[in-house]
Structure formats: C-alpha cells, structure tokens
Design a protein around this ligand. Structure first.
Ligand SMILES: Nc1nc2c(ncn2[C@@H]2O[C@H](COP(=O)(O)OP(=O)(O)O)[C@@H](O)[C@H]2O)c(=O)[nH]1
Ligand SMILES: [Mg+2]
Length: 416
C-alpha cells in the first residue's frame, strides 16, 4: 500500500502561486476529523455527500454541476459548490454564483495539491449554508484525483462525507480526435497522457454534449472508449439539454465510490503535460458612455482571441469569458470556445444594454503563456476599438504554466 505523503514528489513552485502545506484552518494538528456542525438536516448517518465531476478542459463540467445543483435545490436539498483553479479569478465561480449557488473557490493550485483548502472550503460552506451535498469541479488538466482527493477524504474524513463515484466528462468531438475516429486539431502526446489518465480513473465515464453527435458516431465513440477502457461504466448525456441526466444524477446521489487500487501515474509525464499548457486569467473593467451589447462584445472578443491563437498555432482547450454588468438583476453574459475550429458560443445572455461591468477571461491552450497574454491584450484593444466609447482597463492579468503537481496526500487504497 502506498501511503507516502506525496510532498515527496517534489515541488516546482516556480509557477504555482502557493502550495498547500498547512493543516486545514479548522483542524487541530494531525488527523482529527473535520468538526462539522451538528448533522441537522443531513442524511440519517450525519454525512454530507461529496460529488466530484471531473474531465478535461471544456468538457461540460460546470454546465453539469449547475444542472445537478439546480435539481437538488429544486428538491429542497442544500448544495455547496467548490470550484478550483491554478490561478485566481475563475469565470466558473462567477457563473455559478450568478445562478444563486453557494460557491467557494480554491485558487492557486489543484485540489490534490490543496487538499486542506478543499476541507476548509467545505467547512466554510458548512458555516454559511450547511450543505447536504457538496459538488466539486476539479481543474480540467488534473488527474490522479482518486488517490489524492477521494481516497484521502474517505480515509481521513469518512465519518463526515459519503463520497460518490467519480465522474469524468468527455467532450465527444475532442474524444473522436483523441481516439482516432476523426481528424482535426489535438494536443501533444503528454497532454493526451493526462486526458487518458482522467478517463482511466473514472468510476463513471460520461460522454457529454451527446446532442453534438448522431447516433452512429456516438456508438462508435462508445465502442472506442469501451475498447480502450474495458469494464468502465459509460454513459452519454447532454448537460445543456438535460438528456439522460436523471439516470446519471441518481447514481451520484445514491451510490458510493467502491474500493479498488488507484491507478499508477508517472508524475514526470503528468507534470510535463500540464506544463505544455499555457494558462491565462484576467479581469478587466469595462465601461462606456454609450451603453453597449454585452453579448456582442464577448462574441467579438472571443473571435479576436481565436484568430490570434490560430495564427500562433495554439490549440485552445478552453476560452471562457464572463461579463457581469454593474447594474441590472444579476444576469451575466458568458461565452465559450473549446476548439480552434469552433464558433465561440454564448452560454448566458444579457438582454439589456450595459454601461459598465467586470469582464473575466480564462484561457487555457497548448501554447506559451506569453503568446496567450499578447493574444488577449491585442484582442481586447481590437474589440474595444469597435465600440467607440468603450474603455477596457486590465485590472489583473496572470499567465503561467501550471507547476509540477505535488499532492498533499496520496493513498492508493481505501478500506472496502
Ligand atoms: N452542445 C452542447 N454544448 C454543451 C453542453 N454542455 C456544455 N456545453 C458547452 O460546452 C462549453 C464548455 O462547458 P463548461 O461547462 O464550461 O465546461 P468545463 O470547462 O468542463 O467546465 C460551453 O460552451 C457549454 O455551453 C451540451 O450538453 N451540449
Ligand atoms: Mg468549468
């Protein structure tokens, strides 16, 4: 059994803002259980459910998290959402909060490297809203989450959490390319190592966006996944349209993750793969004397970024932007791009013209971070110029390559 503290795996803090090396704030030193408040309306055993929905960048995780959270809320159950990123200022957090969900963000590194922050985030949500169900979305370039997150949760906090099977979402168009069923832009082999490892550790492999493929192509993809990962449970859903979500969510809310040895991971290849990805997070203050169309602004900006990434031969994994108007009823606009040969699409709209607001830009692509920085700055200037009175002021911009993963815990087994 491999119970070594994973800090031994080395730490390359050059690009990772601050690794999690402290005990959770609410815990005495050592392994004392999380002092959650009285169980109250939780399950009869007093445990809160912990559901993790993973998958590569752009696979549809946040859309699925919001759908699950909405359904649980409609059933009168309290949910707490946990988002995570290598940097700070995450569009997903803004997006989920705008839909009224209690959401905590863990910035500055993935869940596995910030395990104690994950426990802290659960505690913070517990103090605010005492969720019965936590839904966590890990960083899309992360893998080995069973050994570094769910097994540690079960071993160290098993009295407090019932851990659901881990889902890994797969974008079908991206997957067709990865498994050789279709041509088109893809990533380097080391990035694909992470992609495949994510699927390997899934309890449930979930082909998302099934609305994008006709039945025959969907079946071919299912067969390719089944051949590459025998004995996996494979589902096909559409988080956006709601197709087949009930069956999947029923499993997440009723089943618990089983036993079984966690997979082996070559941390050097994993680190190399992550380091091939450029990461950019940016916040921008936008204001105009003449109110402007936020949807149009975001779409044009996404197009400008896409053009520059194409010229720079950078394969985009996910460009996601939100614009939150200062006034209005809390509606926000959101645009996404998940492949270079794709049209940026709005996932949320703002009806009313906007005078000012906050723009968040999250961009992940296989490219040098500097290229992403230049692409975003140029695209901002070019787009602002088309809206005559619009001023776009960059308040914060960070671009980097994710550092070497260095998990807080790594347990390859868990008691049956
Ligand atoms: N066609 C289609 N698009 C979807 C579906 N679910 C999510 N998307 C889109 O896929 C993009 C990425 O989704 P997101 O949930 O942000 O992915 P994440 O990066 O994995 O969290 C967005 O443009 C979503 O609107 C779906 O069921 N069908
Ligand atoms: Mg997301």
């Amino acid at each position: 059994m491999d119970d070594r503290p994973a800090a031994k795996m080395g730490g390359d803090a050059q690009t990772r803002p601050d690794l999690d090396r402290t005990e959770p704030k609410h815990l005495p030193r050592g392994m004392t259980p999380l002092p959650l408040e009285q169980p109250g309306a939780r399950h009869a055993d007093g445990k809160a459910r912990y559901i993790m929905i993973g998958g590569f960048l752009g696979a549809g995780k946040t859309t699925a998290v919001a759908q699950l959270a909405r359904r649980l809320t409609d059933q009168g159950r309290r949910v707490g959402l946990i988002t995570n990123d290598q940097g700070r200022d995450l569009a997903d957090t803004t997006l989920l909060r705008s839909q009224g969900f209690a959401t905590e963000e863990i910035p500055g590194g993935c869940f596995c490297c910030r395990f104690n922050s994950l426990v802290d985030a659960a505690q913070k949500l517990t103090e605010q809203t005492r969720p019965e169900v936590f839904i966590a979305e890990p960083v899309g370039s992360c893998t080995d989450l069973v050994a570094t997150v769910t097994y540690p949760l079960r071993r160290l906090y098993g009295e407090h959490f019932a851990v659901a099977p881990v889902s890994v979402l797969v974008d079908p168009i991206r997957a067709e390319r990865v498994f050789g069923l279709a041509g088109g832009g893809s990533f380097s082999e080391k990035v694909l190592y992470i992609y495949r490892k994510q699927i390997e550790e899934a309890d449930l492999v979930v082909i998302s966006k099934c609305d994008l493929l006709a039945e025959a192509r969907l079946e071919s993809l299912r067969a390719a996944l089944a051949a590459a990962f025998p004995r996996k449970d494979i589902l096909a859903v559409s988080p956006r349209l709601g197709t087949n979500l009930d069956a999947w969510f029923a499993r997440l809310t009723r089943e618990e993750q089983g036993p079984g040895a966690a997979m082996a991971v070559d941390y050097q290849v994993y680190a190399d793969g992550e380091a091939l990805l450029g990461w950019l997070n940016c916040t921008v203050r936008v204001s105009a004397r003449e109110a402007f169309d936020a949807d149009q602004f975001l779409k044009q900006l996404a197009d400008e970024v896409r053009t520059r990434l194409e010229v720079g031969k950078a394969e985009v994994a996910h460009l996601k932007m939100t614009l939150s108007p200062d006034s209005g009823l809390g509606d926000i606009a959101a645009v996404n791009l998940v492949r270079n040969d794709f049209v940026p699409e709005l996932s949320l709209h703002v009806e009313e013209p906007v005078e000012s607001g906050q723009l968040i830009i999250n961009l992940r692509a296989e490219a040098a971070p500097e290229l992403l920085g230049a692409a975003v700055r140029e695209a901002l200037a070019a787009t602002a110029a088309r809206f005559p009175t619009l001023q776009a002021t960059v308040e914060h911009l960070e671009h980097f390559r994710p550092g070497k993963p260095s998990p807080t815990h790594r347990f390859t087994q868990v008691a049956a």
